[in-house]
Write a protein that binds this ligand. Structure first.
Ligand code: ADP
Ligand code: ZN
Length: 243
């Protein structure tokens, strides 16, 4: 059983790396932001409670977030472990988490702020199937259109200059102290998030003492078989977290 937390600034690739790590190790990927986005999409009561907060780039209230995390982990579909992304984001959430669950490691994806805008503003989601695209790395075959389902590619509602500034500020003010708490407990491995996603993934595994990932099967044109990441979020169908 392995339990990991993945942390890093917006656009550092938390969702991508968590999914890649979870796939062959059978870890359930839990993305709190993703759970909220699905609820907004499906117009649930929770979705209505968090929609405006999220769009503005602000943090959702701790009670609400802790309830969501508790309920998600109580599903106990994680026989081989989990990797949680987007939680904890402040000291109170970290205390709650450490009291309730023991963890094996914290993956810190390190990326300078100067790279954040570039990556986040190039991010698109398919409005049909939720496939995640980054126009810097993986442009679709037809501009603005999903390779998988032909759906329209749209930005995330909180990937605007304004909301991004709020999110980045909160990350430094509120989430960096969480990293310090975890560092004191010697949980943290830091990995440079700037290289290609495969390289980042191998670095994570090396630092955690895990076996390397089998390389994806290339298609005939020599490119990886898919340009985005397959949608998987702990068994729920839906879009990829952008992390
Ligand atoms: P990012 O890390 O790129 O900002 P996420 O997809 O992880 O985006 O989260 C999107 C939004 O969901 C956040 O901006 C916030 O409004 C809300 N959210 C996610 N996780 C938390 C959390 N632990 N505490 C409070 N709000 C959260
Ligand atoms: Zn699609």
């Amino acid at each position: 059983m392995r339990k990991y937390v993945i942390m890093g600034v917006q656009g550092s690739g938390k969702g991508t790396q968590a999914t890649m790590l979870g796939e062959d190790l059978d870890l359930v990927h839990i993305s709190v932001g993703e759970i909220f986005r699905l609820n907004v999409q499906q117009h649930t009561k929770l979705g209505a409670q968090v929609r405006r907060t999220m769009a503005a780039g602000e943090l959702v209230g701790d009670d609400l977030v802790e309830g969501v995390v508790k309920a998600r982990l109580a599903e106990h579909d994680w026989n081989f472990g989990f990797i949680i992304d987007g939680f904890p984001r402040n000291e109170r959430q970290a205390e709650f988490f450490l009291e309730s669950y023991d963890i094996d490691g914290v993956i810190h994806l390190d990326m300078p702020d100067s790279e954040v805008r570039r990556r986040v503003l190039a991010r698109r989601l398919c409005s049909g199937c939720g496939m995640d695209y980054n126009l810097l790395a993986s442009s679709p075959a037809v501009a603005g259109q999903c390779d998988v389902c032909g759906g329209e590619l749209i930005p995330r509602e909180d990937d605007t200059e304004e909301a991004l500034a709020v999110r980045l500020r909160d990350y430094h003010q509120k989430t960096n102290p969480v990293l310090d708490i975890f560092r004191r407990k010697e949980y943290v491995v830091t990995v440079d998030a700037r290289p290609d996603r495969e390289i980042v993934q191998q670095a994570i595994r090396a630092k955690l003492g895990l076996p390397p990932r089998a390389l994806p099967v290339p298609s005939q044109d020599g490119q990886p078989a898919s340009s985005g990441q397959p949608a998987s979020s702990g068994g729920q169908a839906g879009p990829q977290p952008g992390g």
